[in-house]
Design a binder for this molecule. Sequence first.
Ligand code: NAD
Length: 466
Amino acid sequence: MAEFDLVVLGGGPGGYVAAIRAAQLGMSVACIDENSQLGGTCLRVGCIPSKALLESSERFAETGTALREHGVLVGDVRLDLGAMQHRKQRIVKTLSMGIDGLFKQHGIVRYRGRGRLAGRNQVSVESDGGQESVAGKHVLIATGSRPAPLRGIEFQGDRIGTSTEALSYKEVPRHLVVIGAGYIGLELGSVWRRLGAQVTVLEALDRILPGMDTELASAAGKMLEKQGMKFRLGVRVSAADITDSGCTVRCEGADPIECDRVLVAVGRIANTDNIGLESAGIERDGRGEITVSHNFETSAAGVYAIGDCIRGPKLAHKASHEGIACVEVIAGRRGHVNYDTIPGVCYTHPEVASVGKTEDQLKQEQREYRKGVFPFAASGRARALGATEGQVKVLADAKTDRILGVHILGPRAGDLIAEAGAAMEFGASAEDLAAVCHAHPTLAESLGEAALAVDQRSIHMVAKRR
Ligand code: NAD
């Protein structure tokens, strides 16, 4: 039986990143994944393909409308969905082959097949070619998550399906009903709306993007409505069925909705079934997520777990960071994840990005804070881009001025939030952020202006008297 210092179960952004870091640290490493393409949900049917389609569909929508304002006149704008999907697949393939290349360079042995723990130090791999076993001094579980089902709804191909199907529709739906106004619902709803579908989003709560800053989420909702997306909030879906003419979605206390595609996007659940956890006595919590210590060790010594299959937000970058921290600890070094500075980004147009505490959380904690806001409408670069919607909001401790949270709705918010994350990682105050010399004219200047606004010192906006 082949033996390794570390056997990683799962080749997604948690598992493959951990495997590479472990190899850098001198460990012999094996990585098991049943899929032919490495990269996990994120790369194959998640973050990357959705961003490819978001970019393409935004170009399509923009060419049809916004270019005129720039003095660029184009003729008939037509859609070649096949080419758009092909581009998406090419991006996925290239990136996945990139991981194969990295594995080779690091001497990481890749097993293709379904892995299952067989005790604490052994994983069996089942594939078309048969079954083999791999031994590991340490084992890392990074099996990720899958779309959560919804009671009363049976997944039926791409008619009533998940994000996986909604990334690969062969034609633009006439009417797409999205259940859940979270990241996936809004991103994929945006893609198909821009390409011409009628899109109705049904959300159980009375708001969209739960967890994000309420004020910005509500402003984002209005912008998406202007783009033609319809929202029905406070609606609980009870059933969805395929009919002769399409699909019918039934909601509690409301009229049924007719459509031709349904996307269920109500969260994700950990992949922890049928991976042999019981063979090593590994415990799970009530949500089916693997219980781990602060060092990511499970209830079985030497077996670790990271990413979507443990507690915390189901985000690729959180999984990668945990993977790195975990193998650093295994190698006897210090490994740490700062859960207060994990950013969240929803790639709608404009983007919504957030790091740290929201105003709602600070109010709940009865923490005194000061708030600085700067609208992109007052940014020269945003004007030149023709992207003036949205704002930057900096929240700082009322006494110490330490930055507690930053929330951005606007152009490239997902990239801009990185500076806020870096500032918070270094324990910066709003004054520190305001002192950073931002290049002019850039969108990033708005961060500096919002930081100045905490102290009512914004230059390009007159502060409201408190
Ligand atoms: P989510 O948790 O972001 O949102 C799910 C939404 O569905 C919530 O608003 C919830 O209130 C609603 N909902 C739940 N039950 C409902 C019901 N019966 N009827 C109507 N609405 C209902 O989940 P998601 O959008 O499915 O995304 C899954 C995971 O993937 C998330 O944890 C997210 O972090 C991750 N993800 C992240 C990104 C990104 O970082 N840009 C993109 C896609 C997915």
